[in-house]
Design a protein around this ligand. Sequence first.
Ligand code: OAD
Length: 248
Amino acid sequence: MQFSDALIARLRVARRVAVLTGAGVSAESGIPTFRAAQTGLWARYDPQELATAEAFRRNPRLVWEWYAWRRQIIAACRPNPAHLALAALESAGPHVTLITQNIDGLHQEAGSRAVIELHGNIRRVKCFAHNHPAGDWPVEAAEPPRCPRCGSLLRPDVVWFGETLDARAVQAAVSAVAQCDAFFSIGTSTVVYPAAQLPWLALQGGALCVEINPEDTPFTAEAAVALRSPAGVALPALVKAVWGIGEG
Ligand code: OAD
């Protein structure tokens, strides 16, 4: 892939980089995106009806089984070149803050260390009543086990529809985006708030905004550069061209 000299030069001098990722960054790992796919995870069930506290209250076992199924699919997927390029950038490039809406844990598996997970992580569980953290997903459990601390049911440690995001995660994301010189919006439809507000915050702060997405989003016209390409193709090539990291 070719990038303009101006883009390379501007990214090279960026001291702080913030990155927002969405489902598109994991698409090449085999995890279907939320809004596009008519097959796979989200086609058989309506997530709006299963990914809610009401659904869990009504039928905890059904919601548990659905997440167990999704977790199993995710567990079989590996990080792709986009995840790996971001991990390499964090360890050898400028100061990077990686913010993700994904719950699959693939950024960490690729080697990224400081990941802000806005929507939680399907590999962990917490208690339904008090949010007590309760460790890794108990693979053998066919129905929600009880919290060792308070006895309430355990649930996936993800953000459900109608729930607020973790305030510390949002604060950390907002602060990194407000201070960055360069901002990447990668593989996100940029329609689900509050995460979708971050690209606009970067823009207001004067950051160089780069979008990587094969499709248009509400942010495409605002980005200084929109790379219409799969993340697994564009990102390794860009990281190599700008910072000389990886194989490209
Ligand atoms: P979406 O499914 O809304 O959007 C995925 C985006 O990835 C789309 O814009 C695609 O064009 C793009 N895309 C597809 N393949 C790609 C590839 N190979 N490389 C780059 N981009 C690609 O997913 P999100 O924006 O992550 O929230 O959705 C945001 C939130 O909506 C999710 O975190 C979830 C959902 O409701 C919760 O569960 C709370």
